[in-house]
Design a protein around this ligand. Structure first.
Ligand code: SF4
Length: 676
């Protein structure tokens, strides 16, 4: 097989048994990443298995493109039963997936594995060492309690080489904080779904790997040409916008209007050491800042973490200081997901304002919100599970349940546990994508389709990327209609939005989820931030072409969408088995009651998404809208029809599953549901 390493490593921590299974058991039908993990989850993770049960699996999967010269192929996907999911009926423990960048995934391929599947529970702290095809379970007694930075350094010391790549958890994962992350390098984390706590529940501190092999590809010369083209489309020095807004620079500065913020520019010029990239990525979206008094002197993170509390600290101190970077260091070192800390702060704020909780009860005062000391106290109470921190360590939904429903209404303003970025009230495609996921998937919106939807860069960077006419023309060419981007009141609920939601999900599932290309890099076909007109290569074909050249298996865009649809249907079958039905395919209540822009619970809610429609003079105007429940249900009907799922229940039909070569899943589902 070209592209795949050919083996999946399996480790049972209860018995210490280590074995390999052939990847060919799952490919080409499930390709890699999300696809293989979903099939394993379907076969091995029935809904009675909880997140912290030893039988839960931690699956760290690569894809056939991982470790090749195609840009953006350095990521892994981590899939498991999550301890932090919930439905609008209450907390759940559902199947999730979370991506992580860095160098670990290619190293695993070079060691000879396409993925690692771990189950069971060790009777004491351990770590797994993969040295090519030699695999050991080692004692982690001396590592337990270390932060994520020190854990990696201790393992490098033990094995005598920094070439070993390490995935690990911090103290939050050890103490089963339900939103604990898994970390690698400096600033790369799998943050969605609390996989770090699942590792902690297995007494597994780290998985380290060293590989000396390589990925064999079918057509190396043509792949080189394609990789060159793709790199060039994403990295053109002559196409840089003002202030060098590209890659890492973009994340130092934030997006949009912030590029004109002179104080912020001065800050990054003064304090940035360098940009850093995952394996073979031309974008280098992580940034290392000099912060000598932080947990580590060089703090690195992605836009999501770095920009999270920057404004809050700016407000508190009256100027940009490095305190927000010290907060990033605390979160990263302990292995805590910043989005959940943000949700906790929003929830506490709402509860205090409504008189439902007091600062005396919680011991957490918001009056010094924005100070480093505030974050230090809050993070410490969560990670140590001391006092009220013990409730918060279970996430806001479970904290609310443990308080017999206190603050439940406030939680309704925390959409699926995270702040919203591409707001469902503004973008119907985002609304559908958000409603059909089990938790926020920010990167699902970073696909090409949504870039088209939001026309992100022209609006936010203040510089021509595509003209309006070019934009509409490109959309019409690829999707057959410009109705998919009609955000006017009249066109908002047109069924074409369901088509684009499905297209976006399937394309992303195949490209980012299964091939494993970085979602931030996907959509190489035009270059951001360049002089208009710059259409790059205006087709979605490079991703499927890369797959063909690496694996030797012919695939076009239609084939790629078919792969994505198959995997989405396996994931939907898992959700159905977990109890998901049409009623749960929805959004937080406030999306239907409170127009965008009037929700003060969110710092970002009205600032990130353009949320604009063409005004009478051709300029763009802001819209303020809440979703209409009846029309929303009609839009869902259109989505179920696009997907071939039962309208009343949202369950995939037997005929759809058979069409997707999933008869085995249809048979299993039929036995379970006795209704398809
Ligand atoms: S864009 Fe960022 S996260 Fe994605 S591969 Fe490049 S460096 Fe990694």
């Amino acid at each position: 097989m070209y592209g795949w390493a050919g083996k999946i490593l399996r480790v049972d921590l209860s018995t210490g048994r280590i074995n390999e299974i052939p990847t060919s058991k799952y490919v080409p039908r499930f390709v890699g990443g999300w696809g293989i993990a979903a099939k394993i989850a379907w076969d091995e993770l029935p809904p009675e298995i909880g997140a912290f049960d030893p039988e839960n699996r931690i699956m760290v999967m690569t894809g056939p493109l991982t470790g090749t010269i195609i840009p953006g192929t350095g990521r892994a996907e981590i899939c498991t039963i999550s301890p932090i999911t919930y439905s609008f009926q209450g907390p759940t423990e559902d199947y999730v997936r979370s991506g992580i960048g860095g160098q670990w995934a290619p190293e695993l391929k070079f060691a000879g594995y396409d993925g690692v599947v771990i189950h069971g529970k060790a009777d004491k702290p351990v770590w797994i060492y993969i040295d090519d095809r030699t695999v050991e379970i080692r004692d982690a007694g001396s590592l337990w309690g270390l932060d994520t930075y020190s854990t990696q350094e201790a393992i490098w010391d033990e094995v005598g080489s920094k070439k070993v790549k390490v995935l690990c958890i911090g103290p939050a994962g050890e103490r089963l904080v339900r939103f604990a992350t898994i970390a690698t390098d400096n600033g790369n984390h799998a943050g969605v779904g609390g996989a770090g706590a699942v590792m902690g529940s297995k007494n597994l501190k780290a998985i380290a790997v060293r590989g000396t092999g390589k990925v064999e590809v079918a057509k190396p010369e043509e792949l080189y040409e394609l990789a060159y083209t793709m790199h060039r489309l994403r990295y053109r020095p002559e196409a840089r916008p003002p202030y060098g807004l590209y890659g890492a620079n973009q994340h130092r500065l934030g997006h949009g209007g912030e590029v004109k913020n002179k104080e912020l520019i001065e800050h990054w010029k003064r304090d940035t050491i360098k940009g850093v990239a995952c394996w073979g990525c031309p974008i280098a979206c992580r940034v290392v800042f000099s912060v000598p008094d932080a947990i580590r002197p060089g703090i690195s993170n992605l836009c999501s973490g770095i920009s999270r509390f920057r404004n809050a600290t700016r407000t508190f101190y009256g100027r940009y200081t490095k305190n927000y970077l010290k907060v990033v260091g605390l979160l990263d070192g302990n292995g805590v997901n910043c989005h959940d800390i943000e949700a906790i702060i929003s929830w506490l704020h709402g509860c205090y304002e409504a008189g439902l909780l007091s600062e005396q009860q919680t011991g957490i005062s918001l009056k010094d919100y924005g100070s480093y000391e505030f974050f230090e106290r809050l993070i410490s109470s969560v990670v140590t599970r001391e006092g009220f921190g013990d409730l918060l360590a279970d996430g806001v939904h479970r904290a609310c349940d443990r308080l017999r429903g206190t603050g439940k209404e406030i939680i309704n303003h925390v959409n699926r546990g995270f702040q919203e970025v591409y707001h469902p009230r503004l973008l119907p495609t985002s609304a559908l994508i958000a409603a059909f996921e089990s938790s926020q998937r920010l990167t699902l919106y970073h696909t090409w389709a949504t870039r088209i939807l939001t026309k992100h860069c022209e609006e936010t960077a203040g510089r021509g990327w595509l003209t309006n006419d070019e934009w509409v023309g490109r959309v019409t060419e690829v999707f057959g209609s410009d109705k998919v981007i009609d955000h006017s009141d009249k066109g908002f609920y047109q069924p074409d939005k369901a088509y684009l939601a499905k297209w976006t999900e399937d394309y992303k599932t195949a490209g980012a989820g299964c091939f494993i290309l970085c979602g931030w890099v996907m959509g190489h076909f035009w270059s951001w931030y360049s002089d208009a007109p710059n259409l790059g290569d205006p087709s979605p074909e490079n991703e499927s072409r890369a797959f063909s050249l690496v694996t030797g298996i012919d695939m076009d865009v239609a084939g790629m969408l078919n792969v994505g649809e198959r995997v989405r249907n396996v994931e939907r079958a898992i959700m159905v088995r977990e109890g998901r039905r049409r009623e749960q395919d929805t959004l937080a209540d406030y999306c239907f009651t409170t127009p965008q822009g009037k929700d003060s619970s969110f710092e970002l809610a009205s600032s990130v998404v353009p949320g604009r429609v063409p005004g009478p003079d051709g300029h763009w105007i802001e819209v303020s809208r809440a979703l209409d429940r009846k029309k929303w249900e009609e839009l869902k009907d259109a989505y179920y029809k696009e997907r071939g799922w039962d309208l009343a229940t949202g369950i995939p039909t037997r005929s759809k599953l058979k069409e997707l070569d999933l008869k085995d899943i249809a048979d299993d589902l039929e036995k379970l549901e006795k209704r398809i």
